[in-house]
Design a protein around this ligand. Structure first.
Ligand code: AMP
Length: 254
């Protein structure tokens, strides 16, 4: 039975509770003066790896978190360490947005370096909503993948994943090494306690650049326009079905 070496990629994104504002150029969202946090689906991925370790004593050899982003992405790695990750890597790429294929190529190098045999990612980053990185990484590594996981069970080298699909659930099984992406209902992430936040400051945080991994960062897509959804007109309250029908007729909706 293989010991688990789990890799959890965590992205730093604008906090989910903040309503993003579009920048003046209309090419992205305003990032200045905004609170950033760990991407919620990545937090779920980290939580799942911690639960696997807690539920299977001695099975997990390492939980390694990795983030690709600006120097400030260290903050999400410190949070991961405070919650229970053993070690982390920051790949500092500055402020540039990196496309999922380049992210997946860098993650592939970290998988090789850390000898990971289970990778748990978020199903999507809430900033680009790409929903691509896990799938591309599975392609690059030629590993089996289970996306949108709502339940994960491990027995020896066999991993069973229940996936959320339209109108039901789909259960898959595969042998390690494997890639899993997390859905919202997989678990509820814990908070980091203050003593653990303090202890995390002493845990390992390795810093690399894309060039250290011999990866060239070439984006192939250009964002032309980012728009707010159209404003909706205010609704009208009606007292009865008759009034509703009259209103719909007035609006020529029926
Ligand atoms: P995406 O394909 O961009 O929607 O992201 C899906 C998942 O890939 C995220 O939840 C993360 O687990 C991982 N990921 C994407 N971008 C990054 C990044 N810059 N750093 C670390 N992990 C990332």
């Amino acid at each position: 039975m293989s010991k688990l070496r789990i890799l959890v990629p965590v992205k730093r994104v604008i906090d989910f509770a903040i309503k993003p504002r579009i920048n003046k150029a209309g090419t992205g969202v305003e990032k200045k003066g905004v609170k950033f946090s760990i991407n919620p689906f990545c937090d779920i991925a980290l939580e799942e790896s911690l639960r696997i370790r807690e539920a299977n004593k001695g099975l997990v050899e390492q939980i390694h978190a990795v983030s690709i982003g600006p120097t400030k992405a260290q903050d999400v790695l410190r949070t991961a360490l405070a919650k229970g990750a053993d070690s982390t890597t920051l790949i500092d790429v500055g402020e540039e947005e990196i496309e999922p294929l380049s992210v997946a190529k860098m993650l592939q190098k970290i998988v090789e370096k850390e000898k990971s045999n289970l990778i748990i990612l978020g199903k999507q980053a809430i900033d680009d909503d790409a929903n691509q990185t896990g799938q591309m990484l599975a392609g690059l590594l030629n590993w089996p993948q289970a996306t949108n996981a709502s339940k994960v069970e491990i027995e020896g080298d066999q991993v069973t994943v229940t996936r959320e699909v339209d109108g039901g659930a789909d259960t898959l099984s595969a042998k390690l090494p494997m890639i899993i992406t997390t859905d919202l209902r997989l678990n509820e992430p814990r908070y980091a306690s203050l003593p653990n936040v303090m202890k995390a400051k002493k845990k390992p945080l390795e810093k690399l650049k894309a060039s250290d991994l011999q990866i060239e960062l070439t984006n192939r897509l250009e964002i032309l326009k980012v728009e707010e959804p159209p404003q909706r007109d205010a609704g009208v309250k009606v007292e009865s079905v008759d009034e509703l029908i009259a209103k719909l007729k007035e609006l020529k909706a029926i």
